[in-house]
Design a protein around this ligand. Sequence first.
Ligand code: UFG
Length: 343
Amino acid sequence: MTTDSPGPDADFATLEGPVLVVGGAGYIGSHTVRALEARGVPVVVFDDFSTGHPEVVKAPLVRATLGDREALKEAFARWAPRAVMHFAARCYVGESVTDPSTYYRENVINAWNLLEAMRDAGCQELVFSSSCATYGIPVALPLTEDNPQVPINPYGRTKLHMEHMMEDYSNAYGLRYAALRYFNAAGAAPEGDLGEDHTPETHLIPLVLGVALGHRPAIDIFGNDYPTPDGTCVRDYIHIVDLADAHLRALARLQAGRPALACNLGTGQGYSVREIIETARRITGHPIPERIAPRRPGDPPELVSGGTRAFEVLGWQPRHSELKDILADAWRFHQAHPRGYSR
Ligand code: UFG
C-alpha cells in the first residue's frame, strides 16, 4: 500500500453516492450516515440489527446479514452503490478471546463476503473501520502508523486480516480503500438524539454515566497499579462527530482518485480512567462513586495516537474532541435515553 502527498482539505462537493453503509444502525455507522446525509450524499443502510438500532435508521434499509451472500448480491444489484463504508463487526476484545469463532466469522468471513460482492458488482471504493488494536503492544508512544502491527488478541487480528485482504484486493483487482484505525470512539451527536447504546455495555464512558443515572452503584476502575501517572489506564478518546467527519474525508479522497490509505484516528491526547471519572463528576454534578477492581485482561496501560498522517492526507483534525465536550454530549444523550434507544 502506498500513501501520497497531502490532500489539504477534502472537497466534499465531489462526494458521490449512493454509499452502502454496512452497519449503519450502529454507533459509529449511524453518526456517519448522518454526516453523509448532511452533505446531501444518498445512503443505503445494510444492517441485521444484531447490535444496531432500527430507531436510528431513516435512510433506505436492507435488513440482512453479511453472511447472506444472496442478500448482498441483491443489495448491490438494486441500489448500485458507488462506494461502501463497512462498520459491521464484533468489537469486544475480551469476548474475542473467549469466542474467537464468532470474531473470525463476522469480522473476517463476512468481510470477505462483502469484498466479493463489491468485486462482482464492480464497486471499487471502501472505507473500513479498523482499530488501534491492530498494533498490539506499542513499541513507542504516541503510537504512529509506523508501529509494527502485531495484535495481541483475536479482535485485533481479525481487523488486521481485513486490512491485509483489502491490500491484496487492491493490488489484484483495483479496490481503492481507506483503513481507519480508531482509538476510543466516544461522545454523541450534539443534538442528543444519537449516541452509544450497546448491550452489554462495556465501555468506560457510558458505564460512568450509568452510575450518574443511578443504574449502578459505582464504577469499577480496572487496575490502579499501571505504570501511568495516576496508575489507571490511559486512552485517546475521539468524538464520534470527528470520527464521522474523517470517514467523509477518506471517501472524498478515494473518489478523487488518490491511492489506498491507512491512518490513525485519534486526538494525540491521552486521559486516564480517573480523569474520565473526575470530568464526568463535574459535567453531571453527581459524585459517581468508584471502586478499585482487578486489571481487565488484555488492557494495554496506554494507547495514544501519534503522528500527523490523518491531517496530512485527509486535512482532518479533531474539532469536537475536548474531553468536556465528549462527556457533555454523551451525558445529553444518556439523559434523553436513560435505558438506551428502545428501553
Ligand atoms: N475501564 C474501567 N472500568 C470499566 C470499563 C472500562 O476501568 O468499567 C477502563 C478499561 O480498563 C480501559 C479504559 O477504561 O483502560 C477504556 O475502556 P473501554 O472499554 O471504554 O475501551 P477500550 O480501550 O478497552 O476499547 C477500545 C475500543 C475497542 C477496541 C480497543 C482496542 O472501544 O473497540 O479500544 O484496544 F478494541
